[in-house]
Ligand binder design. Structure first.
Ligand SMILES: NC(=O)c1ccc[n+]([C@@H]2O[C@H](COP(=O)([O-])OP(=O)(O)OC[C@H]3O[C@@H](n4cnc5c(N)ncnc54)[C@H](OP(=O)(O)O)[C@@H]3O)[C@@H](O)[C@H]2O)c1
Length: 403
């Protein structure tokens, strides 16, 4: 399946002008109007043909050959302490019906890329995505991942990685069941397995593509040579790495190779794990213990790093005011402005935040604004690593050679 969308019947510029004029007349921010226009259009699409456009922005982005709305939705949740409670990795909590409703609302608003993984939960996030997409499956592209070493029966995380070909096949069969679908739109290796040649991984996914169980292939946080080797076996649609104003590592090598090879880029933690939304202050301390906030383990959020890093939040807030946007929207719009084939997947448990985030697709910068904003972002030097050391060690890994 491809998420190909009919072009709108009006040129984008005209449509955008109308949105801006109407928003101005109503005295509301343009993104708010866009979100509600999406709802009206979606209602007529319910039960109709797959994947017709549902927002007024008319924008689409290419991830390889896949065509998606510019802002996706991250679904990374784990079970809470009590039955039915669902937690994110940070401070938010909701329940399963609310998680299902959030995804359905995102699709109604026009989101077409839903990101999840076997290990998120484990299994729970894929189960929720599968439940939420009943009846609306054809409107979206599901992106999910294999490769963390999870006991397939118990869901226990065994530590380390597992991308052995026979294991990938078993994981994909289980994912199709949990996601209640017959195909995975984008299947990613979550982290490069240092014991398995990438040619074997790509070859296995290629077979799954031939069988119609997978449509597109991607890698998350791979080494540069591994990208080239995988792409030679099966063209990659997606590299999914952390990328935001808070962490700009991919600009050095990964974005150039994506550009060279025609690979799309999906940015994870595009809001800097919530930091760029302005909800973290220099005094914020993150929950520890069994239901810990993941940021409690991340060096850039440590008490000694936060005061210096707040300089970036000040840049975001000041530009958000200038652009009549929220800080979250400004941070996402900055990502969208870097390359036309970048798609952020903000995670949220909150419908209002989701609606706000997709409004970022309406915010554009003039070349001069972008130049000035980039200079200000680059002038802040971020203190502290982006991840705990043990997690960092799984990034930028090169797969062993094929013998
Ligand atoms: N490939 C990988 O290795 C990898 C790694 C990590 C994540 N991911 C994917 O990337 C997705 C997103 O990353 P992430 O969740 O780590 O980080 P993120 O999207 O940068 O930030 C999520 C945080 O921002 C808050 N937030 C979202 N929208 C907001 C808004 N408009 N205003 C205020 N707060 C807002 C959320 O809280 P609320 O719930 O309160 O909105 C949550 O605390 C994940 O869901 C997952 O699918 C992939």
């Amino acid at each position: 399946m491809s998420i190909n969308h009919k072009p709108y019947d009006q040129p984008n510029s005209l449509q955008r002008r109308q949105v801006l004029a109407t928003a101005a007349a109503l005295g509301i921010a343009p993104w708010l109007l866009t979100a509600f226009s999406g709802q009206a259009r979606a209602a007529t699409d319910e039960g109709g043909k797959p994947a017709t456009p549902q927002t007024t922005s008319g924008q689409r982005r290419k991830l390889g050959k896949l065509d998606v709305f510019p802002v996706g939705l991250g679904c990374q949740w784990r079970p809470g302490a009590a039955q039915g409670v669902v937690n994110d990795l940070y401070h938010s909590t909701f329940d399963r019906p609310a998680a299902v409703a959030l995804i359905r609302k995102a699709v109604e608003r026009g989101v077409t890329l839903i990101d999840t993984a076997e290990v998120y939960g484990p299994f729970l996030s894929e189960e929720i995505v599968g439940e939420a997409l009943q009846g609306i499956r054809d409107k979206v592209a599901i992106e999910t991942k294999f490769g963390m070493n999870v006991d397939m029966k118990t869901g226990q995380r065994l530590g380390g990685l597992n991308s052995r070909p026979e294991h990938i096949r078993q994981v994909v069969e289980a994912q199709l069941r949990r996601l209640r679908t017959d195909r995975i739109d984008v299947l990613l290796q979550h982290r490069v397995d240092p014991l398995v040649p990438i040619e074997d991984v790509a070859g296995t996914v290629k077979d799954l593509v031939a069988e119609g169980k997978v449509l597109h292939f991607g890698l998350s946080e791979p080494g540069i040579q591994t990208i080239r080797r995988a792409h030679a076996v099966l063209p990659l649609a997606v590299i999914q790495n952390e990328y935001s104003m808070l962490y700009r590592g991919p600009e050095a090598q990964v974005l150039p190779i994506c550009e060279e090879l025609g690979i799309g880029f999906v940015s994870w933690s595009p809001l800097g794990m919530g930091f760029l939304t302005g909800t973290v202050t220099a005094d914020t301390r993150f929950k520890t213990g069994p239901e810990m906030d993941f940021r409690a383990m991340v060096p850039r959020f440590a008490p000694e790093a936060l005061p210096a890093n707040m300089a970036l939040v000040n840049v975001v807030k000041s530009w958000a005011r200038q652009k009549d946007a929220t800080p979250a929207q400004l941070a996402l719009a900055w990502l969208l402005a870097q390359k036309p084939w970048i798609v952020p997947i903000p995670g949220t448990t909150n419908v209002a935040h989701m609606e706000e985030n997709i409004g970022a697709a309406e915010i554009t910068f003039t070349p001069d604004e972008l130049r000035r904003l980039n200079i200000q972002v680059a002038s802040v030097s971020i203190r502290g690593e982006r991840l705990p050391t043990a997690v960092m060690q799984m990034s930028n890994v090169e797969a062993p050679p094929k013998r």
